[in-house]
Design a protein around this ligand. Structure first.
Ligand code: GAP
Length: 483
């Protein structure tokens, strides 16, 4: 465990050193649980988002994408239940005044005791959470003598609910100002546009609406780097189905989404399902796809069968009819029917996905060379199709016409994928830097290139090198990036 924690700290430092992730407003000592993506990170994030978008809106002919605003009418959050229900049970330590999410406090304690006792404790906690038994949760904390990490005391307040939504004011004149919320999930932007999309896109059930975008939650225990943030990005898809068919589609998406994670290079054994014991206020079935992060198994994506809750609530609060007229029911010999569609949702956090890919990719390697000396490197084995930079083009020397040949190759390749040109430093040093940022291919242009138009290509993962015609570089990289 100690090694894994150290390794996680190394990953965080590496992300900063190589332009992947920076603490937000670092110049002013940072803002807790808010992060900025640097030049490499922004591109990796975009590649992940693009792959997800393609898998939803291009591969599935019956899924379309939208881009709804972050600000929404305040009644949206009343209708969705977030004003009344989007809260977590919290407890404060009276000596340190530190506030904890009850489940996080108990989970962190469970990790410090032996596995059987820890599992039993989590099980008991889940039962109490499912019943909203706050007094029982406090007793559980007291009986286990769980202490505050700061004050080291067990002097706790009662367990209370705490709403996670951020609010702000809209309007330029104070008296006219109205309280609005920063969306805590992107899903509601899809629900309120259900009729717009269904009608303008002539969509027939079953069909889906996908979107990616920022969501905001005032997380109390924000920790583990970009795993739990106050501002983060979601990639969500709402799949609208006939009432009664939701479990069929729930199972379809459960399977399809896990396969997608595998398709971007996450090993099967690092993924598992976790069925929810306590269902959210809108769900009749729910599960998490969990990933084994360096700090344990945690939720990566949620699959929820949301029934007709959201559309019905928006119909009720807006006093508008939100229904679907199902022509096909007649063709099947059933009576014509208007109904409120049921929804199966897939919701993955882009930042968590980013952390997943980075945790898998980061490796520290050591080996003994042929001459008996030790060597080492830090390498990010990001799958080629996701890597921010695909190819580094490196003239061996800054003279003899080698930069000119390299520039020509750069000109040809950069139209097709991200390339990096570098002529400074010894070639070994340049290779190591490309390993550290995760560039899967390096080509070196040397004097032989001038004679026979071949280059040396070096493969990041194996460090092997071979000579290939320069004319084949582009195709080789493109083929690898297709996956
Ligand atoms: N619309 C359903 C919904 O929002 P959720 O399980 O609360 O469901 C979905 O969130 C996904 O969003 C999670 O699986 C996780 O990947 C991501 N997520 C949620 N809260 C997050 C946070 N504070 N920081 C980073 N990602 C978060």
């Amino acid at each position: 465990m100690a090694n894994e924690v150290n390794n996680f700290q190394d990953i965080i430092s590496h992300c900063k050193e190589y332009g992947y992730v920076f603490q937000s407003s670092e110049l002013y000592d940072g803002l807790s649980a808010v992060y900025d993506y640097g030049q490499m990170g922004a591109q990796l994030k975009k590649n992940l988002r693009d792959d997800w978008w393609k898998s939803m809106t291009q591969i599935h002919e019956n899924i379309v994408g939208i881009d709804a605003a972050i600000f929404m009418h305040p009644t949206v959050w009343k209708a969705s239940g977030h004003v009344d229900n989007f809260s977590d049970p919290m407890i404060d330590n009276k000596d340190s005044n530190k506030r904890y999410r009850v489940d996080h406090l108990i989970e962190a304690f469970a990790e410090t005791i032996d596995k059987i006792a820890g599992d039993a404790l989590i099980n008991e906690m889940e039962q109490l959470l499912a019943k909203d038994d706050f007094a029982g949760l406090k007793t559980l904390i007291e009986n286990n003598k769980i202490k505050c990490a700061i004050s080291k005391t067990s002097n706790w307040t009662e367990v209370r609910q705490f709403n996670l939504m951020f609010s702000t004011q809209i309007g330029s004149v104070a008296e006219e100002a109205d309280t609005i919320y920063l969306r805590p999930e992107t899903a509601q932007g899809i629900f309120v546009n259900f009729l717009n999309v269904q009608k303008t896109g002539r969509m027939k059930i079953p069909f889906g609406i996908a979107q990616t975008g920022k969501a905001f939650r005032n997380e109390i225990v924000a920790r583990q780097f970009i795993f739990r943030m106050r501002e983060f990005e979601q990639m969500e898809m709402q799949f609208f189905v006939r009432p009664g068919t939701q479990m069929e589609w729930y199972n379809y998406w459960k399977d399809t989404r896990k396969k997608w994670h595998e398709s971007i290079g996450i090993p099967t054994e690092k993924l598992r399902y976790h069925d929810h014991v306590k269902l959210a206020h809108y769900a009749d079935a729910a599960l998490d796809i969990e990933f084994e992060f360096p700090f344990g198994w945690k939720e990566l994506e949620g699959i929820h069968s949301r029934t007709d809750f959201d559309l019905s609530q928006h119909a009720k609060y807006s006093k508008k009819k939100i229904q679907y007229f199902d022509n096909d029911l007649n063709a099947e010999g059933k009576p014509y029917g208007n109904y409120t569609p049921f929804v199966v949702e897939t919701s993955v956090g882009l930042d968590r996905l980013f952390l997943t890919i980075i945790s898998l990719a980061y490796q520290e390697e050591k080996w003994t060379k042929e001459d008996g000396t030790e060597d080492s490197r830090v390498v990010m084995k990001i799958p080629a199709k996701l890597a921010p930079t695909k190819l580094a083009i490196l003239p061996l020397l800054k003279k003899d016409g080698l930069p000119e040949i390299a520039t020509e190759l750069m000109k040809e390749c950069k139209k097709h994928f991200h390339c990096f040109y570098e002529e400074k430093d010894a070639i070994g040093k340049r290779y190591r830097r490309m390993d550290a940022i995760g560039t899967p291919f390096c080509v070196t242009i040397d004097h032989q290139t001038k004679e026979d138009n071949t280059v040396t290509i070096r493969y990041r993962d194996t460090m092997t090198q071979e000579r290939i015609p320069m004319s084949e570089v582009r195709t080789l990289v493109e083929k690898a990036c297709k996956g």
